[in-house]
Design a binder for this molecule. Sequence first.
Ligand SMILES: Nc1ncnc2c1ncn2[C@@H]1O[C@H](COP(=O)(O)OP(=O)(O)O)[C@@H](O)[C@H]1O
Ligand SMILES: [Mg+2]
Length: 289
Amino acid sequence: MQRGFISGLNSSHIKPGETQLRIESLQLNFGGVTALIDVDLEVRQSEILAIIGPNGAGKTSLLNCISGLYHPQRGRIVYVNDREHEVTRMRPHQIARLGIARSFQNIELFRHMTVLDNLLAGAHIHMNSSLLSSLIYWGPAQREHIQHRRYVEDIIDLLEIEAIRHNTVGSLSYGLQKRAEIGRALAMRPSLLLLDEPMAGMNAEEKEDIARFILDVNEEHGVTIVLIEHDMGVVMDVSDRIAVLNFGQKIAEGTPDEVRANRHVIEAYLGEDTSVFPFKFNKSNNNGS
Ligand SMILES: Nc1ncnc2c1ncn2[C@@H]1O[C@H](COP(=O)(O)OP(=O)(O)O)[C@@H](O)[C@H]1O
Ligand SMILES: [Mg+2]
């Protein structure tokens, strides 16, 4: 299906499968707590990479390092789009402008603003016109604003949130707030989208919707997705690759089948029963209907 985005979501210059993000020997401590120990990880252009692991494993901390909220004590993070950018010490808004957007485990939207205004706020990280120039040169700023507005309307359409676009975020159900938050991240036109438990607390139907949006954004626009998710059915079905964290260390990495069969993973995380993965979406046979 053609969604008719007015300009591509994905502005990356590299080819699918090439390294888009390189995490090298990352070490993050909070006082005596070591959240990440010597983590190496590669994210490839246009893949869906899931990060799994028990609570406290360091999953959110890893996303926080990538998006600049935490700065690791050791190691580095290199992001590639038109060229290599070392983002390890950059500030969050600089990293966002390079094309890395995220959603949060605990929703971080402006609760008193409408869904539409939250999305527009996301789109405005790319607004070139300053306030002063928009006073002097009303035309260009206005044109830019209209472009953002159209773009945001396309995202509203993609996420099927037309009916709630003028509702304040605080008045919405948890599931819809989560959806709006993904919308806000998409409005930032990411080449790399980081999603921290986007389906937590949702029922099966809501999860299916979110999984479908993730696959759409990935397959139709080539946006790379790094997904933290606890629902193993979803993870096994939508991911190209999976990385497993345990107590701050990466203990496994591979395709869903490889990870499912990995002894360390079974011991640390999945438990005995790895046979039942009921989720119906599958990246390879997603026909976009
Ligand atoms: N801001 C912080 N201050 C202190 N400790 C933190 C902070 N953020 C994370 N941690 C600690 O780092 C470890 C990993 O946490 P987190 O990354 O949230 O794990 P996960 O997302 O896998 O559940 C935990 O022990 C957690 O308590
Ligand atoms: Mg977490």
